[in-house]
Design a protein around this ligand. Structure first.
Ligand SMILES: Nc1nc2c(c(=O)[nH]1)N[C@H]1C(S)=C(S)[C@@H](COP(=O)(O)O)O[C@H]1N2
Ligand SMILES: [Mo]
Length: 250
C-alpha cells in the first residue's frame, strides 16, 4: 500500500477514547505482517502507528520505552534476517549489496543518545549499534560529482537524504541494534522500529532516521524526503530547525 498523499506527520491531535476503542474493535490485524506481530500490545501499537493519528493515540498507548511506532504506509514487508539486503549505489565506483551478516563483519560502532521526534516526544538514552554510514560510502568509492546521499525504504514510500558532509559524520549509523530507552537492553531492531536495519542520524529529528532501510544512493544533490516534501526542514538539526528549541541530542 502506498502513502496517503494528504497524511500529516502526527501533531498530537487529541483522540478520544471512543476512537481508540473503535479501532480495537476492528481487530487491528494485517497492518504489519503476521510474523512480527506477536503480542496484542504490538498489534495495537502497529495499528496505531499507521492510523495517521499516531501522536494522539500513542499518548494513550505508548510503545515500549516511550517510542511511538511510525509508518507512512499501511503495511510493510518483513524480510527475515537472512532475506534482508541493503544496496549501496548511484555515483559510486563499486556498487555493493550487503546482507546482515556482511554488515556485522564491518567495524561496529555504539552510541547512546536521546531520540527526539519533531512532534515533541523524546526518548532519553537510546543505545544504537551498527556501522558508520561513512564506512559504507568509502567501501563503495564516492564519485567526483557526488554531493548527497538518498535513502530508500522497503516500505515503498519513505525517503530521506543527507548532504555528503552530514552523511560522513561520526554519529550517523546504519543501525541493526537498539535499546528502547535507558534501562532497556540493546537488541536487534524490531520490525516496528524499522528492522532489521534502519538509519540513525543522531543530531537530527527522528524523521531523518529512515526505517526499513533498503537503499543508499549517492546522488549529485539533496532530494527532499517524504516529510520534507510536506513542509519539514531538510536540515533537521535538533533544536536548530523546524522552529523548535529542543535541547540538542548531540
Ligand atoms: N520508513 C519510515 N521511516 C521513518 C518514519 C516512517 O514513517 N517510515 N517515521 C520517522 C519519524 S517521524 C520518526 S520520529 C521515527 C520514529 O521511529 P520509531 O517508529 O522507531 O519510533 O522514524 C522515522 N523514520
Ligand atoms: Mo517524528
Amino acid at each position: 500500500m502506498s502513502a496517503s498523499p494528504g497524511r500529516q506527520h502526527p501533531t498530537g491531535t487529541p483522540v478520544g477514547r471512543r476512537v481508540v476503542l473503535g479501532m480495537l474493535g476492528l481487530g487491528a490485524v494485517g497492518v504489519l505482517t503476521g510474523r512480527t506481530l506477536q503480542s496484542g500490545a504490538d498489534r495495537v501499537s502497529a495499528w496505531i502507528g499507521t492510523a495517521g493519528d499516531s501522536a494522539g493515540l500513542g499518548d494513550l498507548l505508548p510503545g515500549a520505552g516511550g517510542f511511538r511506532y511510525y509508518s507512512v504506509t499501511g503495511s510493510v514487508p518483513a524480510p527475515s534476517p537472512t532475506e534482508y539486503r541493503l544496496r549501496v549505489d548511484g555515483l559510486v565506483a563499486r556498487a555493493r549489496t550487503y546482507d546482515l551478516a556482511a554488515l556485522h563483519t564491518l567495524p561496529q560502532v555504539t552510541l547512546t543518545r536521546d531520540f527526539q521526534c519533531v512532534t515533541g516526544w523524546r526518548v532519553p538514552g537510546v543505545t544504537w549499534s551498527g556501522v558508520r554510514l561513512r564506512d559504507l560510502l568509502d567501501a563503495a568509492g564516492v564519485g567526483p560529482r557526488a554531493a548527497a546521499v538518498r535513502f530508500g525504504s522497503f516500505d515503498g514510500a519513505y525517503t530521506e537524504s543527507l548532504t555528503l558532509e552530514q552523511a560522513r559524520r561520526d554519529d550517523v549509523l546504519v543501525a541493526h541494534t537498539m535499546s528502547e530507552g535507558s534501562g532497556s537492553r540493546p537488541a536487534p531492531i524490531r520490525h516496528e522500529h524499522g528492522g532489521p536495519v534502519r538509519l540513525f542520524v543522531a543530531p537530527m529529528y527522528g524523521y531523518k532516521s529512515a526505517k526499513w532501510l533498503q537503499r543508499i544512493e549517492v546522488v549529485d544533490k539533496v532530494v527532499p524526503g517524504f516529510w520534507e516534501q510536506r513542509g519539514y526542514d531538510v536540515d533537521a538539526w535538533v533544536g536548530r530547525s523546524n522552529g523548535r528549541d529542543d535541547a540538542p541530542t548531540a
